[in-house]
Unconditional design. Sequence first.
Lengths: 766, 159
Amino acid sequence: MAKYSVIGHRLPRIDAVQKATGKVTFGVDVRLPAMLYGKLLRSPYPHARIVHIETSRAAAIPGVKAVITGQDIPENRVGYAVKDEYCLARDEVRCIGDPVAAVAAEDEEAAERAVEAIEVDYEELPAIFDAEEAAKPGVPLVHPDLSSYTTTSLMGRRFSPQPGTNICNRQQRRLGDVERGFRESDLVFEDTFRTQMVHHGYIEPHAAMAFVDPSGQITVWCNTQRPYGIRDYLATALGVPMSRIRVIGTKVGAGFGGKISPRVEPGCVLLSQKTGRPVKMVMTREEELTATAGRVPSVVKVKTGVRLDGTIMARKVDILFDTGAYAEGLPPSNRAINDAAGPYKVAHLEINSTLVYTNKMRGTPFRGLGVPQAAWAVEVQTDIIAERLGMDPLDFRLKNAVDEGDPDSTGAPLHSVGVKDCLRQTAQAIGWGQPKSGPYRGRGIAALHKSPTSVLSASGAIVKLNEDGTLTVLTGASDIGQGSDTLLCMIAAEVLGVRLEDVSIVSADTEVTPFDHGTFSSRLTLYAGNAVRHAATDARQQVLRLAAELLEAPVEDLETRDRRVFVREQPQIGMPLADVVLASIASRGRPIMGQGSAHGPGTGLVEGAVPGWKYGAHAAQVEVDPDTGQVTVLKFVATHDYGQAINPTMAEGQIEGGVGMGVSCALSEEVLFDGGRVVNPTFMDYRILTSADMPPIESHIVEVPLPEGPFGAKGGGEPSVIAVAPAIANAIYDAIGVRIADLPITPEKILQALDKKRRHGPKIRG
Amino acid sequence: MKQLISLKVNGTTHEVAVEPYWTLLNVIRDHLGLTGTKRGCDSGDCGACTVIMNGKPVNSCLVLAVDARDRDILTIEGLAQDGKLHPLQEAFIEKGGIQCGYCTPGMIMMAKALLDENPRPTEAQVRQAIAGNLCRCTGYVKIVEAILAASEAMTPAKP
């Protein structure tokens, strides 16, 4: 018999029928009577002073109802993590794409014409585009006022700017004595790696609708990952209390971190304030690819000391993150401090993370925060070390991988560690150690971990029981396609002993649903899941207390299952759940509502301690065409430790989707800049792999339960992308004996490396 | 200057006044209120706006509304019949082929066009057929599985 009646079952997601029939409301689908269409005018310069904006010609265009600039709005700095910008640029633009004016009109064509008719005088300022240059002294400053910047209350925790420079955050983590560790090593390796900017590539563009009623009450519908964050941002920008703002999350056509920060919401609100009418904005694909954000590009230097027996003694990781014009890269730069060492025992550790401003499109969280960048470097170097030691890369990883009780990078002991299981299963499934199936073919493997959100991340939930024994979950968490609505309903159903179809959910509405920090960092299963579990348990306790009276049985003898409450040892003594709820309402005047909340298990006590690590391993089998440099991934295997897969079909979906994205980012995708300008702003030129290019992806699930997780679950959406690129790079080395240090791995880089190798290096294996 | 055209969508004929530069996607979504068809790029690169016109799949963002005049257009809203889901819809739901759901309508319409022409495609043929429909959530794995399962359900293999 299955351990649970709902948890662990392959149930279709609760919104699948509506999605399959086109009957869900995404952000782009929201319509209101008398709505206007909004448009933003964006800076064509990477760095410039705004001398004058002339809007009269635009305002005179028929159908145009409002034109606003930065001078029309409250002078309140806002930001996602650091308050370093204005909703509309006031005096200065810091990257191409910065919004400088907003227009509302009766139709999109009039709005577009009006945007074109706005005249802006700019005085160009010196700009800087290269992160390594930007980190040096004496270069143009992107934010001369950096010393006066503060962080946001919800997101900006660790923030250590270096005034007078472009360095907006610098963090260090030390464990042991790294210099001693290097001295005690037999071999020390130093390598430098780079990762490119990739775009989240969600298919639904950013969209918002705002309506400000005559009393000043603001309602915003938007496809956000973080409704409470949007509310916080708007309250700060407008200087109004949160009670005047309601943010309603729509269905979200995926996010991956790209829909955490507001992009069009403030403009819609400002224009609605001005016009008294609802205003809607939808970004174009070109705006998405030039004026939103991408994964924070990085330069990663890894220095590792090992003993000849294969023991890792010391590791130093220096990461330079390029956050572009605004500091949305702060969370990734902070996260890297926890995770950059990889899932290995490293007694002597030092991690330095530096975040710099440049005059380019901003970096932001993207599936894995700063961890994929670090994993690219660490996991490729791991293979370099193993080869030099004459060790099998799998054995070298297994020898050093963390076990129960080993310290994490904060020194706190780890538990529920599944990384070795993941490595073994992955290796077996990819055919590790078997003879190669042909020339120019190879296998590569990589391990990964990912820390959960650390301190001060919270979720609340309410579970209401209906008079017929069905129930409703209220959660502030937004389902962005990963399936949290379904998963949270499954948790509530399991706790109360009802079926999934008995549970409905209201999510992501700041006026109705309890606070939730938002959908990022793979935190919902653990945080929102625990909040719902606690709320459902609270409701269940209320049911049991009353049922104990009605059934004249001790509370502890009662069980809830199959929509009934009954005596565990005598199931015939019991009653329908509905009857208990009705009795509570009718005879006690007490509707049954449970409430729950959760923050990090065990966190909140020790700054930076992050229990609940997730683990996985990735492996690729590739074939390389030595004449064209084309890499074909023949097969990809990914194994992830979910603790407990609440819904295995959805867990597999997360793995397959993350791997698919990872393969695409490893081999194809790059936001290409010419100075500060993105030169490939279409899906024709920004190439996401199609179904025809995608390799077969095999997903495996390992379950090492996390006691603090709901039913042992750890969750996981980000981990599946983390080690894809290094697994492929390691397979390429196995196939043709060249190492690529800079992502993406293009045919040109392969050919250059092969050419260099022919001239200098050993013979190609194959 | 607007022209009055008649558009037959999901079996219903609509009289719509359209500008000559309006796309079929605009008209379907903004004027007929059939928002199941999605806009992802407006340039024919993502496939989210796929509908079936006279039996052929088209990117409705690349078709001018005036060129769709008097054609037979099927959108995602017209696929379920008498409240019964199409086998492709059933399979997408059952196999987990839907995550965020934004590519789903276009993906299902493209798959329908494929199965109408080739009821028993191979996996490679399925992958080729939907190669113009981007999905960022699934790695295409469960989408391909769903299409093959629907094909199997609609046209069982001969014993």
